[in-house]
Design a protein around this ligand. Structure first.
Ligand code: GAF
Length: 394
């Protein structure tokens, strides 16, 4: 799959630009085991890069011209580095322009590039194809023009690109996971300091299985930004009363309850979710390190419950997928994953039962919603990287 992607991207590059690409890069999508909607709340998250990628085939150009080719969409965008960089009405272009803009405001300057990119990360499925595009492109520019950026800086530039050129006020989890991923490791990321540690992701008798609802999250931008505003408002109210509180990490259930009326029902339940979810991540890491998979699975179900009812970022279709597997004893944990309002559920499923389960759930899902369900059995893989020559297509 990876070889095929590299080969197809390279071949397309040669067709478009009539020469070999100078370099090839891979930038992965991500999963998140637990810790949802807490990255922008100073929490902990537990993501990992996966074996679904955006592949970039690139060469530098003598002029100031950037030629960006989105192979899968059959679209090309040309842009001159000397021109002002502003958002345009094409989303994929904005991810890339946003990165260029971030570099320009930091005072970097360079020549143009020829780029073809192609992807195996399903779009709008909550697997962070956008972070893979931003960070992958940042990584490419960093390598080809010797900008001297660290991986952390590349992730932060990707996040800023998304804030300024796409309008999603996202946290740092997706970009961080894409850039810092390691084979067979989940990353416990402290979103306040960006300190992180790797934990072995060996689920022994269980597989990580994603069910893609194929519901594209059209409300994601507005819903996501609203949630962020709500919890920021909540924290400000809490800090006003308890001046020693720095982040949600410091808030106790007692303090929250004391301000229940002032916070109002909606903000109260959003904050309660955040406090509980931050705790759950620590409990999940404890369980994972000790192979207590059933406890881990239980925490995943609890997260879903919170995301669906208190944080209200799930949807009917993904709720159905999680509810359905509660009656299947070979599934020990399940929850919606990512920003929400559609996308995938992540499941811990007993090895060997995956196909039968998919048959059953996809049938029920189709009967209920008339939508085809997709499944992805993902492997935890390394983060953004330059591809070794041996993979090049001939
Ligand atoms: C999206 C965002 F981009 C992340 O920063 C994170 O908040 C996630 O939703 C929810 O956990 O993927």
């Amino acid at each position: 799959m990876k070889k095929k992607l590299i080969s197809a991207t390279t071949t397309h590059f040669k067709t478009v630009f009539h020469h070999e690409p100078e370099s090839i890069f891979l930038s992965p999508g991500r999963i998140n085991l637990i810790g949802e909607h807490v990255d922008y709340n100073d929490g902990f998250v537990l993501p990992a890069a996966i074996n679904k990628y955006i592949c970039f085939a690139v060469s530098t150009s003598e002029s100031d011209e950037f030629t960006l080719v989105a192979q899968d969409l059959n679209e090309t965008y040309r842009f001159n580095w000397q021109n002002e960089i502003k958002p345009v009405d094409k989303m994929w272009v904005n991810y890339m322009l946003g990165v260029l803009h971030q570099l320009k405001v930091r005072g970097f300057t360079f020549k143009g590039l020829n780029v073809v990119f192609s992807s195996t990360i399903p779009m709008g499925a909550g697997l962070s194809s956008s972070a893979a595009l931003e960070c992958g492109f940042g990584y490419v520019l960093n390598k080809l023009f010797h900008l001297g950026l660290s991986r952390e800086e590349i992730a932060l530039i990707g996040q800023q690109a998304e804030h300024t050129f796409v309008g999603v006020k996202c946290g740092i989890m997706d970009q961080f996971a894409s850039v810092f991923g390691k084979k067979n490791k989940v990353i416990k990321l402290d979103c306040t300091t960006l300190e992180h540690e790797y934990h072995t992701a060996d689920f022994k008798y269980y597989s990580l299985l994603l069910f893609d609802s194929n519901v594209k999250h059209t409300h994601l931008t507005s819903g996501y930004n609203t949630r962020r505003e709500e919890v920021e408002q909540g924290l400000a109210i809490l800090q006003n009363k308890f001046s020693s509180l720095k982040t949600f990490r410091d808030v106790t259930a007692y303090q929250l309850n004391e301000l229940k009326e002032e916070l109002g029902e909606t903000i109260y339940k959003r904050c309660l979710f955040v406090i509980n979810e931050i705790k759950r991540v620590n409990e999940a890491v404890y369980a994972l390190d000790r192979n207590h998979f059933e406890s881990l699975g239980k925490l995943m179900f609890e997260t879903h419950e919170g995301l669906s009812n208190a944080y209200e970022v799930s949807c009917e279709e993904v709720d159905f997928l999680v509810d359905f597997v509660k009656n299947e004893k070979q599934v020990i944990g399940s929850r919606m994953m990512g920003g929400g309002f559609g996308g995938c559920s992540i499941n811990l499923v007993e090895k060997g039962c995956e196909e039968k389960l998919f048959e059953k759930i996809s049938k029920a899902y189709f009967e209920q919603f008339g939508i085809q369900l997709n499944q992805y059995k993902v492997k935890i893989s390394k983060g953004t990287s330059k591809v070794n020559k041996k993979y090049k297509a001939n």
